[in-house]
Design a protein around this ligand. Structure first.
Ligand SMILES: *Cc1c(COP(=O)(O)O)cnc(C)c1O
Length: 429
């Protein structure tokens, strides 16, 4: 397998693009080599500029849950494009997508569409502060909530891959109101409440996906919610990654909790730039033009993006692929564990619904510290062997692999074979 054209474009890209990428997670910093340049994708497969075709487990870092260019989505977008691109005024499709989203999340009476997950979360945080009149927010180490200043501390995959502690350019003042707790550790949350009386809320990924997949243990979420209620603080659930991934709606529902504020992105736009935040009426009442919390967007609710979102979610609901996702993830887990054992490689596999990944470590991974015990060099070797055997993975130990409903029996066999080769290569290191 050759990557000559990608290499050529990479060199060309370096001149006017930073690292030849527009998001650092696309750089191959921790696995070595050059980032891939993509030409096209269809269904479960993605093809690079050299003509190499891979089974795609990146899915643009999650959104392409139906696979690429599903014909119903394509048709909806083609149709929307004929009417214009953006109007700076409302369209009926915004109402339609809002209904689909609110119906899927029990705790959501109203929703506001924005342009990215980052925007959804920064607005959700502002809303929590507006509603409670308090300033402090607790986040968990290893959870990523977009690149806004206030939450760019202990923020998981992108930073962990590049070994950055936080980010340059974030003023101390911007994170003064951010408190860090340990995932799956309620005591670490309580400790903050004992020290501070101005905590607006706690934000978390219900299933963490940005330190690799990490699952809440026992009743962590339920106990957290009960505790927050007793303190008059809000639970802000960042479902940018998990929304519509494990059920039609949120992971919070599967885990038996209801968020006060929910943030969405990725799948909700079906591959177009859409984010959303929503809550019950009492809270959404604070948002302008109804209330005093200002938040706006020139392209928010963009008609093409709304058409993509509606078509994706409508088809997703019809397909209801969630049971199938579980089955495929379980099959992949078995492959990983069996092949690792066969070649004498120590791994831990975490999965939830259609998110799964192995950690090259012998410890159970329930938080960021444990995730970081992984051997990233082993991952790099594994990654390249998977690529050479036709499976496109995120180039980081600390990212989840995502399943699409377009995966075929043949794709799964290809994944199995690649895993065998991958583990063999790791064993030879
Ligand atoms: C991807 C992600 C974000 C940020 O979304 P962008 O669209 O990249 O800005 C926020 N939170 C979580 C949990 C995410 O996975």
């Amino acid at each position: 397998m050759e990557f000559k054209k990608s290499q050529k474009l990479y060199k060309k890209g370096l001149k006017h693009l930073v690292g030849a990428v527009n998001s650092p997670v696309r750089a191959f910093s921790s696995v070595g080599g050059n980032p891939l340049f993509i030409k096209k994708a269809k269904g479960s497969k993605i093809t690079d500029v050299d003509g190499n075709t891979f089974v795609d487990l990146v899915l643009s870092y999650e959104p392409m849950i139906l696979g690429h260019r599903h014909k119903k989505v394509q048709k909806a977008i083609d149709k929307a494009l004929k009417n214009g691109y953006t109007f700076g005024a409302s369209t009926e499709n915004e109402i339609k997508l809002a209904k689909i989203v609110c119906d899927a999340f029990p705790g959501m009476d109203k929703v506001r569409f924005v342009n990215s997950g980052t925007e959804a979360v920064l607005s959700g945080i502002r809303l929590a502060r507006a509603f409670t009149g308090k300033d402090k927010i607790i986040k968990f180490a290893g959870c990523y909530h977009g690149h806004q200043d206030a939450l760019l501390v202990a923020a998981g995959s992108g930073l962990a891959t590049l070994s950055l502690p936080g980010s340059k350019g974030v003023p101390e003042g911007a994170v003064r109101n951010t408190l860090i707790a340990k995932y799956n550790d309620l005591e670490s949350v309580k400790a903050h409440f004992e020290e501070h009386d101005d905590i607006a809320g706690v934000i978390l990924e219900p299933i963490a996906g940005n330190m690799g997949v990490v699952i809440p243990q026992n009743d962590f979420l339920k106990e957290l919610k009960t505790y927050l209620e007793s303190k008059g603080a809000l639970l802000i659930v960042d479902e940018v990654m998990t929304g519509f991934r494990s059920k039609f709606g949120g992971a919070q529902e599967l885990l038996g909790v209801e968020a006060d504020i929910t943030c969405l992105g990725k799948v909700v736009g079906g591959g177009f730039p859409v984010g959303a935040y929503g809550a019950r009426n009492e809270i959404m009442q604070e948002v302008a033009p109804l209330g005093g919390m200002y938040q706006a967007g020139t392209l928010s609710g963009n008609p093409i993006a709304m058409a993509g979102g509606i078509a994706t979610l409508t088809e997703l609901k019809k397909q209801n692929p969630y049971e199938k996702f579980n089955e495929i993830a379980q099959i992949i887990e078995v492959f990983l564990l069996e092949k690792a054992k066969k070649h004498g490689v120590e791994i831990t596999v975490n999965r939830f619904g259609s998110m799964i990944n192995p950690f090259f470590t012998n410890v159970t991974v329930t938080n960021f510290e444990e995730a970081q015990t992984s051997d990233t060099k082993k991952f790099a070797t594994f990654f390249w062997e998977m690529m050479h055997n036709g499976v496109f993975l995120p180039p980081s130990q600390f990212e989840a692999w995502f399943l699409s409903s377009a995966l075929t029996e043949k794709d799964i066999q290809k994944i199995a074979k690649a895993i065998d080769k991958g583990m063999e290569a790791v064993a030879k290191m």
